[in-house]
Design a protein around this ligand. Structure first.
Ligand SMILES: [Zn+2]
Length: 67
């Protein structure tokens, strides 16, 4: 998982957790568009709305920096 060994990532890595239950199964709303050249779906927009797959809590996702 170190594809850019020569240029360190400027920001700390984070994980996304549910603020209600602490689970990591957070889903985010997004649009995907068909890329005919690559023959695959590509994300075109990612929205703020999140939902927890574990407890169903909406918009409770929090970022936690990975040490
Ligand atoms: Zn949850």
């Amino acid at each position: 998982m170190n594809q850019t060994a020569s240029t360190p990532h400027p920001d700390p890595d984070v994980i996304i957790l549910c603020g209600a239950c602490g689970g990591e199964n957070i889903r985010k709303d997004a649009y995907a568009e068909w890329n005919a050249e690559l023959q695959q779906w590509e994300l075109s927009a990612i929205f703020d709305h999140t939902v927890c797959d574990d407890c169903g809590s909406e918009n409770s996702a929090i970022e936690k920096v990975v040490e």
